[in-house]
Ligand binder design. Structure first.
Ligand code: GLN
Length: 491
């Protein structure tokens, strides 16, 4: 049962020599063997490599050498985070053979801290989606109900944590891709402030909106991982030159007097009743702990989602221009250069990626640029100003993390309905603010996520409040049974 441990609990047992890194890694790999045929969280499992790394940690520890703050703790990385020598596919045919020659900064930091990479997790192709259904390889499943999706695009990373197939994982969040799957899978997911965690070596979707962050079993683990991955990186020009605090020092602090704004716009008719109910109950817990919760308005909220999809598609069309069949990945011969591009790009990319590239190119073409791109940028400023005004009077903003609970795989055919999954999360990306999703109960047996949004670089306050809630919510500490609900799962 070692795979069920939190990072904090595992570190304690490792430090006391109750368990070895090898035993812990083996437990996780066995769990992957047992359940991943049903959950399908992983694209690649790096078993051999993980065991070797674990043994090295054990040897170092036996010699009394310094092993690092996460020494021996298994981690899974979303498959758009470059790992030297290990396939990084972005769940795309385009990169199905791409083995990076270098590590992303976050991968390197984790490795230096002694974390053990056990594998790379599934995602929507190039992180475009909310369910992993646009992965070119397969759809991951929600451990709470295998007929449902784990959310997306970091669905594999969330499912792996929820099913105890790793102790923690990293994901990326451009419009909600850490927080929405965390909500669907009943775990904790943090999108840090823009610039707080390096994006170097993380495959770009929309560079001004992309963030990297942890998915964990609880809030303490989230703080522990932030302690390792947050900080300035000279390889990322958007990285903030600001020292990162010890995030665990915020845990356990009182939240008496903390002012929480609850925006009315996030409790409208589009949000499922079960979600609203669980979130409102959570507000009562914050109030019982001495926080002050008040209704507020963020008047431009409804424009955030359309603005996001315009900006994200525009940036993606430019970022994905590099996949031309020459420099990376798919490389099929053709009669002439035009045909070569056409062939490799049309076969390499799936339909959602093509749709966004075409849409983004249209938006950026002369004549449309002012009309769509510039207008969306103006909306982005308005959304940001909504938050600035709110944060003049409040420390945190509380909302649902997703409008619904996990939906059935294959049930959302309408693209716009799929895009609507991000309605609670995109605003924090447009404004670059830190935001966490944490479990706040269940609706019809499925996990519901609560979102706390903080001021820029106030991850500490976000974690402080999240931890206070987690410790006092009275929610049972349940785990998914990972049972196949009858019927064939494997496509
Ligand atoms: N679901 C959103 C999209 O499809 C956000 C994706 C993300 O955050 N990577 O674009």
């Amino acid at each position: 049962m070692l795979e069920q441990l939190t990072v904090a609990a595992a570190l304690e047992k490792l430090a006391n020599r109750e368990i070895s890194a090898r035993e812990l890694t083996e437990a996780v790999l066995t769990r992957i063997d047992d359940v991943d045929k049903s959950v399908r969280a992983y694209i690649t499992v790096t078993g051999e490599r993980a065991l070797q790394a674990a043994e090295k940690i054990d040897e170092k520890r036996a010699k009394g050498e310094n092993t690092g703050p996460l020494a021996g703790v298994p981690v899974a990385l979303k498959d758009n985070i470059c790992t030297g020598g290990v396939l990084t596919s972005c769940a795309s045919k385009m990169l199905a053979n791409f083995i990076p020659p270098y590590d992303a900064t976050v991968a390197l930091l984790l490795q230096e801290a002694g974390a053990i990479l056990v594998g790379k997790t599934n995602l929507d192709e190039f992180a475009m989606g909310s369910s992993t259904e646009s992965s070119a390889f397969f759809t991951s499943r929600n451990p709470w109900d295998l007929t449902r999706v784990p959310g997306g695009s970091s669905g594999g990373s969330a499912a792996a944590v929820a099913a105890d197939e790793t102790l923690f994982s990293l994901g990326t969040d451009t419009g909600g891709s850490i927080r929405q799957p965390a909500a669907f899978c009943g775990i904790v997911g943090l999108k840090p402030t823009y610039g707080r965690v390096s994006r170097f070596g993380v495959v770009a979707l929309a560079s001004s909106l992309d963030h990297v962050g942890p998915l964990t079993k609880d809030v303490r683990d989230c703080a522990l991982i932030m302690n390792v991955i947050a900080g300035h990186d000279k390889n990322d020009s958007t990285s903030a030159e600001l020292a990162a605090p010890d995030y665990t020092s915020f845990l356990g602090r009182e939240i008496k007097g903390l002012r929480i704004g609850v925006p009315v716009e996030y409790f409208n008719a589009d949000i499922e009743d079960g979600v609203k109910k669980a979130v409102r109950k959570a507000i009562d817990v914050f109030v019982s702990l001495g926080a002050e919760a008040e209704e507020i308005s963020l008047p431009h909220t409804q424009y955030a989602l359309p603005a996001f999809y315009i900006l994200a598609a525009a940036e993606a069309s430019s970022n994905l221009a590099r996949y031309d069949g020459v420099q990376y990945g798919l490389h099929m011969a053709a009669a002439n250069l035009d045909d070569f591009y056409k062939k490799n790009r049309s076969e390499g990319f799936g339909s959602e990626v093509k749709r966004r590239i075409i849409f983004g190119t249209y938006i950026l073409s002369s004549g449309n640029y002012d009309h769509y791109y510039l207008k969306a940028m103006k909306v982005r400023t308005l959304v940001k100003e909504d938050f600035e005004r709110a944060f003049a009077g409040y420390d945190l903003i509380l909302t649902p993390a997703a409008p619904t609970t996990a939906f059935k795989a294959g049930s959302v055919e309408d693209r716009l309905q799929m895009y609507f999954n991000d309605s609670c999360t995109v605003a924090a990306n447009l404004a670059g603010l830190p935001a966490i999703s944490l479990p706040c109960g269940f609706a019809d047996g499925l996990p519901v996520g609560l979102q706390l949004i903080g001021k820029p670089f106030a991850e500490g306050t976000v974690l402080q409040a999240a931890y206070a809630y987690e410790q006092n919510s009275g929610l049972p500490k349940s785990k998914p049974a990972v049972k196949e609900a009858g019927g064939a799962l494997h496509e």
